[in-house]
Write a protein that binds this ligand. Structure first.
Ligand code: ZEM
Length: 292
């Protein structure tokens, strides 16, 4: 019913194909920019998506990935977010190419892309986040402190609405990436293949002998045999706790189970606090990976 003189504004409604195009662009940049860190921006993109989401507080409904408030100084400068500018800058040209996507949807889509491109499981995705202003920044202290143990992990992750099994499944993300002395102060990777998602984090936690690293930095563990891998006190807590440890054993023994539970808990993490339209929980998109 196209009446002459009607001034209906053109609204661009992106389809799954449009989001797949953004996925493909991020994947291409990951492939191209292989001179960063261990050869990939993948891990730091996963960390950006996690820190955008992990500020959620279920009591007040504040925080979470809706808003992309880490663009603004108070939140960008929180100690936990040190180094994530590299991830935000990596995505800037993607935002310029696809200006219709919000930063908050883009950061989460980048996390999904990075996990899949690093050979992890498919992560179903729902768009619907909108960018908010500086007033929506969350207070400092909502993300976990690596120097602390199980009581702290439970306080932080229960606040987001996760249970013990989910805390252990989420921790498997530390198969990816590394610690940087100029960011967190800690040093080194958790696994020998930090740009491929595997259940090696759990296998190494259980299989290696861990000792305190002797150095001037913050207290962290090193593996006794090669002294090239690390664990944070918060990582070691999940094998020191009798409710967490059985999940570490299950995931160490069964990579398929880890992938299944990891995908489910990542979907939940990435959607915390997002006001999606009703009915969309059955309409998540699954993207084709480059290698598939
Ligand atoms: Zn991390 N994480 N994290 N994490 N994390 C670091 C790096 C990465 C904790 C933590 O203190 C740290 C989750 C949970 C927890 C990733 C993903 C996820 C670093 C090193 C620290 C200190 C930062 C640096 O120096 O660059 C603690 C205490 C956690 C509580 C359980 C969850 C959940 C994650 C995703 C689902 C990733 C991918 C990295 C690697 C980043 C990189 O740049 O290589």
């Amino acid at each position: 019913n196209n009446l002459a003189g009607s001034t209906t504004p053109k609204v661009f409604t992106p389809t799954q194909q449009d989001y797949q195009a953004v996925y493909n662009e991020i994947a291409a940049r990951l492939e191209e920019k292989d001179d960063y860190d261990d050869g990939s921006y993948g891990p730091v993109l996963v960390r950006l998506a996690w820190h955008a989401s992990g500020t959620y507080d279920k009591e007040t409904g504040t925080g979470g990935s809706n808003g992309a408030t880490m663009r603004f100084a108070p939140e960008a400068d929180h100690g936990a977010n040190a180094g994530l500018k590299a991830a935000r800058d990596f995505l800037e040209p993607v935002k310029e190419k696809f200006p219709w996507i919000s930063y908050s949807d883009l950061w989460i889509l980048a996390g999904v892309t990075a996990i899949q491109e690093m050979l992890g499981p498919q992560i179903p995705y729902r768009p619907g986040r909108s960018d908010r202003d500086v007033a929506a920044c969350t207070p400092d202290g909502r993300l976990p402190d690596a120097s602390k143990a199980q009581d702290h992990l439970r306080a932080i992750f229960y606040r987001m609405g996760f249970n013990d099994q989910e805390i252990v499944a989420l921790s498997g993300a530390h198969a990816l990436g590394r610690c940087h002395t100029d960011r967190s102060g800690y040093d080194g990777p958790w696994t020998f293949s930090p740009t491929v998602l595997t259940n090696d984090y759990y296998k190494l936690l259980l299989g290696e002998k861990w000792q305190w690293k002797k150095w001037n930095g913050p207290k962290q563990y090193e593996d006794k045999s090669t002294k090239t891998l690390m664990m944070l006190p918060a990582d070691m807590a999940i094998i020191q706790d009798k409710k967490f440890k059985p999940w570490v054993e299950k995931y160490a023994a069964d990579n398929d189970l880890f992938f299944k539970d990891f995908a489910a808990v990542i979907v939940k993490l990435f959607e915390l606090g997002v006001p999606f339209a009703e009915g969309t929980e059955n309409q998540r998109m699954v993207f084709k990976s480059t290698s598939a």
